[in-house]
Design a protein around this ligand. Structure first.
Ligand code: HEC
Ligand code: HEC
Length: 340
């Protein structure tokens, strides 16, 4: 009896050193695109050209966050835009709890918990994993400019640099650097919901080409490969609003994570908004009118840049702020205007 226990312990000790070939193993920090590449998908068009002098993800990160970066050996760095930086309108972190089924309601709760803003542009996190850009109604806004940008992330970035950020085109080394940075914030395995069985079937497919298509389909169902965009009009009768009962608690999150992000202390705008009575009174008085300061007007149409005043407010699509959320914002503004 004693011997058999000793020998079992001894045997398992020895066995723990014998390498077992389990094939490919998926880790939660793995890049999703790397896995898809092992399954035969091709991302080479989207990968940055590191051969150009001065290209690096750090330079790209600088441009996205600060609006400029210096190339090694050069004295001056030129701002991409006088008015905005990329993170004025885009997060660079994940903003949806479920990437396969995204709603602005779920997003608002998620970003508020993480302390992120609630913005008009889709997060740049996972941008390289999407297949089309400026989807849906953005064609109405930018017309033919959208055509080259639809399938090509480089053109999408340039379109945004010129039209959204009201700045200049990026130089080659800047553009490739932004792309290198976007590849650092690509989707990881931990961002999508995979069961243990699904993980195993993908691991098997990596070693067995006849299973690859099925595994690729499985993966592509786990996240949305395009950020849809539907433009909405302001309500017909602004005094009534969108006709939904608003929840002021959600409205507070919108006010603080959207409006204040850009308007507090006139960060990006001439209009200062804060948590004082003046701001709420102003927005409350204008909401039901056809004035350009009506929340319905600015949220659904945005504002346009005029000569000599290039900064403008981008509109919120239905996917970025729902009608319900507009009602929630109105309810919050009205509550705050009346309680003080
Ligand atoms: C003033 C706001 C604003 C600024 C500044 C801005 N963007 Fe955008 N961007 C948008 C909006 C709005 C869209 C429309 C599509 C979307 O993101 O949902 C967009 C779209 C994009 C897209 C395509 C996303 C998609 O999935 O359709 C990319 C990529 C992008 N921007 C990159 C950038 C980069 C890089 C910068 C900085 C150089 C930048 N943007 C600056 C507002 C902005
Ligand atoms: C991405 C930044 C950004 C966000 C988010 C944002 N705004 Fe703006 N907003 C601007 C800019 C820029 C302007 C126009 C520039 C100016 O006139 O100073 C503007 C203009 C306005 C105006 C004046 C319109 C006009 O024609 O002069 C109002 C009112 C306004 N915003 C309200 C809001 C409210 C309410 C929210 C929250 C739902 C909000 N904004 C969110 C950037 C933003």
């Amino acid at each position: 009896m004693r011997y058999s226990i000793v020998s079992i312990v001894f045997l398992s000790f020895i066995l723990s050193f014998v390498p077992v070939n389990k094939g490919f193993q998926i880790q939660k920090d793995d890049s999703l695109a790397d896995i898809q590449q092992s399954l035969g998908m091709d991302f080479s068009d989207k990968k940055p050209n590191e051969g150009i002098k001065g290209v690096s993800a750090r330079v790209g990160e600088d441009i996205v966050i600060n609006g400029f970066s210096k190339r090694k050996g050069e004295k001056k760095a030129r701002r991409q835009s006088k008015h905005f930086v990329c993170i004025s309108c885009h997060n660079i972190e994940r903003e949806d709890p479920n990437l396969a089924y995204q709603t602005p309601e779920a997003r608002l709760t998620y970003i508020a918990e993480k302390g992120l803003p609630f913005l008009q542009g889709t997060t740049l996190y996972g941008a390289v994993n999407r297949e089309t850009y400026y989807n849906g109604d953005y064609e109405k806004k930018y017309g033919d400019l959208v055509k080259p940008a639809r399938q090509d992330i480089r053109e999408a970035i340039q379109l945004c640099a010129l039209e959204c950020a009201q700045g200049r085109r990026l130089k080659d080394w800047e553009l490739e650097s932004v792309l290198a940075f976007l590849w650092e914030i690509d989707l990881k395995v931990r961002d999508i919901q995979l069961s243990q069985t699904e993980i195993e079937s993908i691991e098997q497919a990596i070693d067995n080409s006849s299973l690859q298509n099925e595994a690729l389909n499985l993966l592509s169902g786990k996240y949305s490969n395009a950020s849809e965009a539907t433009f909405l009009l302001p309500p017909d009768d602004r005094r009534i609003g969108v006709g939904l009962r608003g929840n002021p608690n959600n409205g507070k999150l919108i006010y603080e994570n959207s409006c204040l992000y850009c308007h507090y202390q006139k960060k990006y705008s001439f209009l200062h908004l804060d948590n004082n009575k003046m701001s709420f009174n102003h927005l409350n008085n204008k909401a039901g009118t056809y004035n350009r300061h009506s929340i319905y007007q600015v949220i659904r149409y945005g504002t346009y840049s005029k000569y000599g005043k290039m900064s403008y407010m981008p509109q919120y699509t239905e996917e970025r702020m729902s009608q319900q959320q507009l009602a929630d914002l109105r309810a919050y503004i009205s509550k705050r205007a009346h309680e003080m």
